[in-house]
Design a protein around this ligand. Sequence first.
Ligand SMILES: [Cu+2]
Length: 66
Amino acid sequence: MQEATVKVEGMNCSKCAKKVEGALEAIGVEGHVNLEEHTVNVKYDESKLGISDIKDSIEGKGYHVV
Ligand SMILES: [Cu+2]
């Protein structure tokens, strides 16, 4: 398992957090949003996907990965 923290712009409420976490869950990533820090902590299997897939799934929900 690989762990990383990504900085995401545009998340401002718990609904945003749920949307991002749900999108990550759908690709098999355990995500935890920190709304104050504007970050998402992710845990993922690096043999199955990479950080670019994580960025794509977050951006697919309309948020910007910095
Ligand atoms: Cu929101």
